[in-house]
Design a protein around this ligand. Structure first.
Ligand code: FAD
Length: 332
């Protein structure tokens, strides 16, 4: 494989009902940094129906080139059709790196593409870097139960591919009017070539807890004792207008449901303020909240690991401190 034929950092732009997924904008921010370090183009790939105009947003968020496949066959996401488009694009223009959001769509598409290209895929990445001279992608993710960060390399093949967790990379501020090179492509793929048919779209009726979008997250751990004690977390979150987060042990104990879980096997959050109350600070929890703007920990153990990751710490009993906070914040 001649590596010199491969150039450019690509981001698969995920689109849903005419909107670009936030994770794709975050990846354009990360991709810009990698592309600048390498001195190559940052490119977005958009696949869909009626999506060409979205390229304007992709340019404003940092892309130099946007490849668009705008055809009726791409109205709904389907693995086979999207994979054919991405393979077509990749084989024609030969990127050195392709990044996807670690969402249901991104994970599905990236793994499908990886089965067809002679390359691998690093899944669920939380840190990205690139070697300036070789272009080797350094994709890191928690491994061995979150006890270490593993950096995974794809030394022999191109493109190098990774899915990246939402909320761990930062989008750039959009530059209105910024533009670049738009490349419109089509592929000859017929409905009968695609084995999956979309018969109906049924929207979820369950109310989703979006703790990853909250400015304030009040998270509680096993230190709250039981489900009744955990009510203090709900009350403080309510007083602050924030969302409720939890450690995995709390979710496993059934005090609160899984969408509230922060960490390696839960959600990654980056709120402006994160309260960690009665949470020890296991590495698997820290990977999900360590990039929060301001971290405030309350724990009765002065040696708890959570204090290492916090900006402010209160050593004391949650049952004494949290009611005082609720009282004060309820006045505001
Ligand atoms: P504990 O570790 O039991 O800590 C309780 C803390 O409360 C202690 O520090 C204690 O000093 C303090 N405390 C006790 N009483 C009080 C009081 N009255 N007032 C104040 N403080 C008090 N964990 C996650 O959170 N998220 C994940 O996504 C996740 N994924 C994992 C994936 C794998 C593969 C593995 C192996 C583990 C994972 N874990 C995850 C579990 C993780 O290792 C820890 O077990 C878990 O985070 C501990 O939860 P905790 O801090 O609530 O409980």
């Amino acid at each position: 494989m001649n590596f010199e034929e491969y150039s450019g950092v690509w981001v698969f732009i995920e689109e849903n009902e005419g909107n670009i997924a936030q994770v794709s904008l975050e990846l354009l921010g990360a991709g810009r940094r990698l592309a600048d370090k390498r001195g190559v183009d940052l490119c977005g790939v958009i696949i869909g129906n009626g999506v060409t105009l979205l390229s304007e947003t992709v340019f404003e968020y940092g892309a130099d080139v946007v490849y668009v496949y705008d055809q009726e066959i791409f109205t709904h996401y389907r693995t086979e059709s999207f994979m054919k488009a991405l393979l077509h694009c990749s084989e024609k223009y030969k990127p050195e790196i392709i990044l996807y959001g670690a969402t249901s769509t991104g994970k599905d598409l990236a793994s499908a593409v990886a089965t067809d290209l002679p390359t691998g895929l690093t899944a669920d990445t939380t840190e990205l870097d690139v070697e300036e001279d070789t272009g080797l992608l350094l994709a890191s993710r928690p491994a061995f139960g979150g006890n270490i960060m593993a950096t995974i390399l794809c030394k022999k093949y191109r493109p190098q591919m990774a899915t990246v967790r939402p909320k761990v990379m930062k989008a750039l501020s959009p530059e209105p009017g910024r533009t670049g090179k738009l490349v419109e492509e089509t592929i000859d793929v017929k409905e009968e070539d695609i084995r999956t048919k979309v018969l109906e779209i049924v929207k979820s009726t369950t109310k989703k807890v979006r703790i990853d979008e909250a400015d304030i997250v009040v998270a509680g751990g096993k230190g709250l004792g039981n489900a009744d004690g955990f009510q203090l977390i709900h009350q403080l979150a309510q007083a602050l207008g924030g969302a409720v987060g939890a450690s995995r042990d709390v979710v496993e104990a059934g005090w609160v449901e899984h969408p509230h879980q922060v960490g390696q096997t839960g959600v990654t959050v980056t709120p402006k303020i994160y309260f960690a109350i009665g949470i020890s600070g296991a590495i698997q929890h820290l990977v999900g909240m360590k990039n929060s703007g301001l971290i405030i920990a309350i724990n009765k153990d002065p040696d708890a690991a959570i204090f290492e990751a916090s900006h402010y710490g209160i050593v004391g009993d949650a049952f004494e401190i949290v009611p005082l906070l609720i009282q004060e914040f309820s006045k505001a």
